[in-house]
Design a protein around this ligand. Structure first.
Ligand code: KG4
Ligand code: ZN
Length: 358
């Protein structure tokens, strides 16, 4: 039985977790997530403050994760840490701490790509959320559509050309005077909105798009954000009574684009499982819409619970266990990177261009 301590400090959550595993299976024994509330005052993450808050929190957060799993450092067989992508100063806190632990205890250090972590999150809750599947990762920093043939083998099909889905929620939240981060507030407001009053064009979703077109899987949300701003400005005195309709119109447009692009990918690769990840996967309207679309072609949708959808160290420990079992151990010269390609990306094969059911 391998016991992995996972550490995640890529943005504004200081998190540590213990995952135990053997023979391909894994069990989450503890997860501690400390969210840095300080950024709410500024309406966005302030990198310098994030790094300092990680420094203050990292030791007690790790100690708490060990205690919750009824273990100590003596029981840890490897330490897995997010090394990219993210805020470099924030990442370096986790990376330096993990390196020190690995060196002091003489245990392997495993470098985990944050987005590979998100791909693994759901498997900690559902034993069926394993490859092959279509993955939609939607967070504040990323929007990625990936075909996961097997762990470690990823076809990146589509990505955002501008704002990430969560970023779009947060920016539109700001336009509608909602607190930061806007996503959950906007989802709540949208429930009160009339879906027929504000219909925005579905971004990057056109009839006649064909597999192989570079906009077939990609998304873009900045035009939608501008459309919401124009509609907000045009509302004038009616804005207070119209905010919910704007929120609903925005959310419906964004969700329809994400759902259709994900369905295209699942159909093209004949996948009957769709795994959602990232903070926006907390959005019930998104998971409900994805479920009803997927039911049309017999696919099952897995959406993680909020603690595992948003940034957390459990997914880093789980992905770390996979990397460790493959022998992917990092050296003590490991660095942190703001951007880095997902490891295990495989190039497009002809099957990516030829959907079975257009
Ligand atoms: O994965 P995450 O915790 O951090 C990043 O890696 O970015 O995602 C945070 C993002 C924020 O943009 C937040 O507004 C969004 O996830 N979010 C939501 C919801 N809950 C969180 N967006 C839409 N609906 C939600 N219910
Ligand atoms: Zn994330």
């Amino acid at each position: 039985m391998t016991t992995v301590l996972g550490i995640e400090t890529s943005c504004d959550e200081t998190s540590a977790a213990i995952v135990r595993g053997a023979n391909g299976g894994a069990r989450l024994d503890s997860l501690v997530i400390l969210s840095q509330d300080v950024h709410r005052i500024f309406g966005g993450v302030v990198p310098e403050l994030a790094s300092r808050a990680h420094l203050t929190a990292i030791v007690p957060v790790v100690e708490r994760a060990l205690a919750d799993a009824a273990t100590t450092l003596d029981g840890v067989s490897a330490v897995a840490v997010t090394y990219a992508p993210g805020l470099v100063g924030a990442l370096l806190v986790g990376v330096s701490y993990a390196k020190a632990l690995a060196f002091a205890r003489g245990i392997p250090l495993v470098a985990v790509h944050h987005l590979e972590g998100h791909l693994f999150a759901q498997s900690l809750e559902h034993e069926d959320a394993v490859p092959p599947f279509t993955a939609l990762l939607v967070s504040g920093g990323h929007t990625l559509l990936v075909d996961v043939e097997e762990w470690g083998s990823y076809h990146v099909l589509g990505r955002t050309r501008d704002d990430a889905a969560g970023e779009a929620f947060d920016k539109v939240g700001k336009l509608l005077d909602l607190p930061y981060p806007g996503g959950p507030h906007l989802e709540r407001l949208a429930r009160e909105g009339d879906p027929t009053r504000e219909r925005f064009a579905r971004p990057m979703l056109k009839k006649g798009q064909r597999p192989g077109d570079d906009d077939y899987y990609d998304v873009s949300f900045s035009g939608l954000k501008t459309a919401v701003r124009r509609a907000r400005d045009a509302a004038g005195d009616e804005l207070p009574s119209h905010r919910a309709d704007l929120a609903r119109g925005f959310q419906d447009a964004l969700i329809e684009t994400l759902v259709e692009k994900t369905a295209r990918a699942a159909l093209a690769f004949k996948r009957d499982r769709i795994v959602l990840g990232g903070g926006v996967a907390c959005n019930r309207a998104l998971s409900d819409a994805m479920r009803s679309r997927a039911a049309e072609f017999g696919a099952q949708v897995f959406a993680p619970s909020p603690r595992l959808a948003t940034d957390n160290a459990a997914m880093i420990a789980r992905a770390g266990l996979f990397r460790l079992e493959r022998g992917d151990v990092a050296g003590l010269d490991l660095n942190a990177y703001a951007t880095r390609d997902l490891p295990g990306v495989v190039p497009f094969g002809p099957s990516a261009l030829r959907p079975s059911d257009p």
